[in-house]
Design a protein around this ligand. Structure first.
Ligand SMILES: [Zn+2]
Length: 203
């Protein structure tokens, strides 16, 4: 599917399991936005399409808006002195960089779309920031699901050969329906959980 569809469905799925709190919603937005698009880092070898650039533009905006909110309100989660003085976090960030470099240089729908990459990157992110790792994993899995129903093979069990269900074209009607459903789901779930947070705050 297209980048904006991956993003909308990944964030909606993350919001669906997020706790009804501002903090929980912010972590869902951060993890879901990155997790739902990170697989397509392997498209760097191709000329980026408008959809790809727009998708990452929206993902960065959502991520940094939620990150800035968390940094400001719950500053203890992202204190630079605790992050950069922790050797485990530094090692995990280094390994994550190596993993992303390896993924970016692979063929499209190769290693970056595998369960191996899903497990390795989710574990590393867990040690960097536990609160976002669950939502990152959810975003990642929705990406794999949406790609596997397309007509181009995905190497989920890399290094084994790829497969796909061959149901839909990545940019066809199914993509548009999923995009609209994802956007509607994001709006509805965000408003519902935000209202629940307000109600519990004043009760
Ligand atoms: Zn993909």
């Amino acid at each position: 599917m297209m980048s904006k569809t991956h993003l909308a469905v990944g964030i909606a799925a993350s919001l669906a399991v997020a706790p009804a709190s501002v903090e929980g919603l912010c972590f869902a937005l951060m993890g879901g936005s990155v997790g739902s698009l990170i697989c397509d880092i392997d498209r760097n070898s191709e000329r980026p399409t408008r959809d790809y650039k727009q998708g990452w533009g929206i993902a960065f905006t959502v991520f940094f808006a939620a990150f800035m909110h968390e940094s400001y309100v719950y500053w203890q989660h992202f204190r630079a002195d605790t992050i950069f003085s922790n050797p485990v976090v530094l090692i995990c960030l280094g390994l994550l960089a190596v993993l992303l470099l390896f993924s970016a240089n692979g063929s499209h729908r190769g290693f970056s779309h595998s369960l191996l990459m899903f497990i390795a990157s989710s574990v590393l992110i867990f040690f960097v920031n536990r609160q976002t790792s669950l939502f990152y994993g959810i975003g990642f899995l929705t990406h794999l699901l949406l790609d596997v129903i397309n007509k181009k093979p995905v190497r989920i069990f890399w290094p084994a050969k790829g497969f796909c269900l061959n149901w839909f074209y990545a940019d066809g009607l199914a993509n548009r329906i999923l995009l609209l459903t994802g956007v509607a789901g994001c709006a509805a779930l965000f408003m519902l959980k935000f209202q629940l947070e307000i109600v519990s705050f004043f009760s």
